[in-house]
Design a binder for this molecule. Sequence first.
Ligand code: FAD
Length: 470
Amino acid sequence: MADATELSPMGALEIAGLRDGFRGELLSPQDSGYEDARKVWNGSINRFPALIARCAGVADVIAAVKFAKDNGLLVAVRGGGHSFPGLSVCDGGLVIDLSPMKGIRVDPEARTVRAQAGVLLGELDRETQAFGLAVPSGIVTHTGLSGLALGGGINWLMRKYGLTVDQLLSVDLVTAEGELVKASVSENADLFWGVRGGGGNFGIVTDFEFRLNPVGPSVLAGPIFWLMEESPNVLRFYREWIAEAPDELMTIVIHRKAPPLPFVPRELHGKLVVGVVCCYAGPIEDGEKVVKPLKEFGSPVLDLCAPKPFLAHQAMFDASYQHGWWYYMRACDVAELTDDVIDITVEHSLRINSPLTAFPIWQRGGAAGRVGEDETAFGGRGAGYTFNITAATETAEGFDEEREWVRDFWSALEPYHMGVYVNFLMEEGEGRIRQAYGAKKYDRLKALKRRYDPDNLFRLNQNIRPDVTV
Ligand SMILES: Cc1cc2nc3c(=O)[nH]c(=O)nc-3n(C[C@H](O)[C@H](O)[C@H](O)COP(=O)(O)OP(=O)(O)OC[C@H]3O[C@@H](n4cnc5c(N)ncnc54)[C@H](O)[C@@H]3O)c2cc1C
């Protein structure tokens, strides 16, 4: 593999080899459009690729892969650009940017949808909800479907319909050799197992096919907030209440400073609050009965849990995770919200400084938890909760302090860690990637990597290295 820095700036002659017939755009540092195209969602990531190949279709992806292989280039693959550690952009080297590939085709009768690799979650929901259907995907509309689905995809519907990968029927994938293959339960079944959680390690997925399920179009959903002082009691009540909850109910707990948004009363702005965000994916009247005890607990300061279009609920967090802010995150799964876990959570939440820091604790279980651990590459089906300790600042100012807060909090929870969701990893080293899958599955993934990408062309990801562990 050539040193990426040697390839920057890439010579005109070299690029000419790719330009011939390329239907999308090729952007070098001197081109207008390069500056926007190199930026990713996390503003703390600032990298300068030698070339960005914005692919218009599968033929462009094949050409870009062959070009990278022939020239020994460092390759980054970009779907929606939302990797927390910025793995979809590189310094020097080639970014294979799939974001122009936006095709979506719903088959309402067969209840399936095909979506290309550049599709964002909100775009997919828009098309599927036109028929009252949905793919269980993620909670922010501007996240890329590609990276999310390849890592697993935890979501508002997962307790009823499973992870995003649990509804995946097939993928089209361009291998490191530049060949297009299909993977499903009946074709290249080993690869199909691997792409359901193994990330972009085995090739570039150009097209996904999902099963669709009925959702909404209206759901009972939204947050109920209490002042943070109430959090110890709210969390103790919450863990008992959800123990009996049906699969239709999915919840996320948020600790943050109340944002100055129009629907938040002015007197709450900037106050530390705890919120339980609900989404009931069933009849609204049933949801109202299920959520009633929560609404009546303690003294809520704001209750926004009401019937609304599923599409509106999916966009609820968009304003809290804006493009270009600086983000840092550490994550872990825990089995239970024990008293100790609750105390650690509250103690650290009371120290949130930035008005943009908002971290979710995801309820797990339900349908996603009942799929066998070895049925897909995704690791951690048995988790009780996922802590996604995320800090954000608008710029570099204050970022180091927020990052320290994340690290302290995550370390305090260490005695309770039981694994980690691979899409919530920063660049944390091979040990952590192994932890995300478990040792046995990690070895199986390594064998698959040796088969599909022995030279590790696709290595800017949560990398499963092809070498045999000794
Ligand atoms: C605001 C926000 C909200 C999120 N919400 C959720 C959520 O609700 N549920 C959840 O499970 N996760 C969530 N995540 C995590 C998310 O799943 C990952 O960040 C995911 O990697 C994003 O995918 P992307 O296509 O946008 O990212 P990118 O940065 O484009 O890609 C991420 C990784 O996947 C690889 N990749 C992307 N596309 C392809 C492809 N087609 N073929 C091969 N490799 C590819 C890239 O090379 C890179 O390594 C969220 C992240 C953010 C930033």
